[in-house]
Design a protein. Structure first.
Length: 391
């Protein structure tokens, strides 16, 4: 048994062995022992990490997979897209052959067909092929859910791993348009809640629907489609109701209202599934905020760190809760440089796409608005990607 002095000698020998090995290792790499001041500098430098790699890419959700649109996208440097939807077969779902044809058409131009839209759109329940899912009508909704399950399988067989959808009853709500003489008389889609109340049609298209009823319908749907999505490796990205609105507007409580961040958290936490997440429309989220510039960033961070951002709509607004207009990406209240940095920092790797671009009298207004947004988004991503790189 060793006495205390022997133990102390053993500790000292081990300590000097370690110190010597460390010094020899440092010298082997061309380093010399540092003084106190240099040590602090080394420690400080080691704590400063380079910005994360930018993984996102510019995408598009408009125009379909016809030759004219695919050439338009390729000319503007857009090589990822949401192809809309394959041909719908009544009572069945999507046509697999048509889906494969769409993919083949995209590949001719080097474009990746990354997503489709399920027939649960922002047009409202009277404009979709599966209205009974959000109306909560059984057994009708069960047949519609079976079709959605079939669509998930078709998407997977086509190599499309993202399906985007809406869980709404009312369509997109707007109260008018605002002209901007400083941007060539561009016309901005506008929502002013007080103005809307003055002219509101009192008819309730689905009766009174509470938040609890909305969530019952959402979970009834997702309980049955998420397992299928997981089986086929497909993600389902939900677009929040546009805009967030006071409870009870036209009898409907929107699940993301009146506190949009609380609604996002509640929806996100419904399921612990790699297939459950968001088509995160920055414009729509901002519509529910009082200070979009600052409030959007913690939302991106929270959702992004949960790996639940599946797609991004880069839409900017001026204004916020109950009063806003949709503007060009460079003149809204959100700072999209900060937004792209936030997306980079959470490792977002999906598409960033234009959405609801302003209009004007030129017949090519939509193409022009998207072309502007494509270039703007490409430049944003390139600028943020270059940060921290040596020149």
């Amino acid at each position: 048994m060793k006495n205390d002095s022997q133990i102390d000698r053993t500790k000292r020998r081990n300590f000097f062995k370690t110190l010597t090995a460390g010094s020899l290792g440092a010298m082997a790499y061309g380093c010399t022992p540092k003084g106190p001041e240099e040590k602090v500098q080394v420690q400080t430098a080691s704590l400063q990490q380079s910005p994360k790699k930018v993984l996102m890419k510019v995408g598009c959700q408009h125009g379909g997979t016809e030759k004219e649109n695919l050439e338009y996208l390729a000319r503007h440097g857009v090589f990822n897209m949401d192809g809309g939807s394959p041909k719908f077969i009544e009572g069945v779902g999507w046509d697999l052959e048509d889906s494969l044809t769409k993919k083949e058409a995209c590949e001719k131009y080097g474009i990746s067909l990354d997503a489709y839209h399920l027939p649960l759109s922002s047009a409202g329940i009277d404009k979709v092929a599966t209205p009974n899912i959000m109306l909560g009508k059984s057994p009708e909704r069960d047949k519609e859910i079976e079709m959605i399950q079939q669509m998930i399988e078709v998407a997977s067989k086509t190599g499309v791993k993202l399906l985007l959808y809406n869980t709404i009853i009312l369509p997109i709500l707007r109260s008018g348009r605002t002209m901007d003489p400083n941007r060539g008389n561009a016309s901005y889609s506008t929502w002013n809640y007080e103005e809307a109340l003055k002219t509101m049609d009192q008819e309730k298209i689905a009766g009174d629907v509470s938040i609890d009823m909305m969530y019952e319908r959402i979970t009834y749907f997702l309980d049955r489609v998420l397992p299928v999505a997981e089986e086929f490796g497909v993600k389902l990205g939900n677009h929040i109701a546009d805009p967030p609105a006071p409870l009870g507007y036209k009898g409907i409580d929107r699940w993301n209202s009146p506190d949009v961040f609380t609604g996002i958290k509640k929806f996100a936490e419904l399921y612990d599934s790699p297939s459950h997440g968001f088509n995160l429309c920055l414009g729509t989220v901002a519509e529910g905020l009082k200070d979009p510039k600052t409030e959007i960033l913690p939302i991106i961070k929270w959702v992004g760190e949960r790996n639940q951002i599946f797609n991004i709509h880069m839409r900017n607004i001026k204004g916020g809760w109950n009063n806003f207009m949709e503007v060009y990406p460079d003149n809204g209240d959100m700072d999209f440089v900060q937004v792209v940095r936030a997306l980079r920092d959470v490792g977002y790797s999906g598409m960033v796409m234009p959405d609801h671009t302003p209009s004007h009298e030129d017949p090519a207004a939509s193409l022009q608005g998207h072309a502007f947004s494509f270039g703007y988004n490409i430049a944003l991503i390139q600028a943020v990607a270059s940060e921290g790189q040596s020149v």
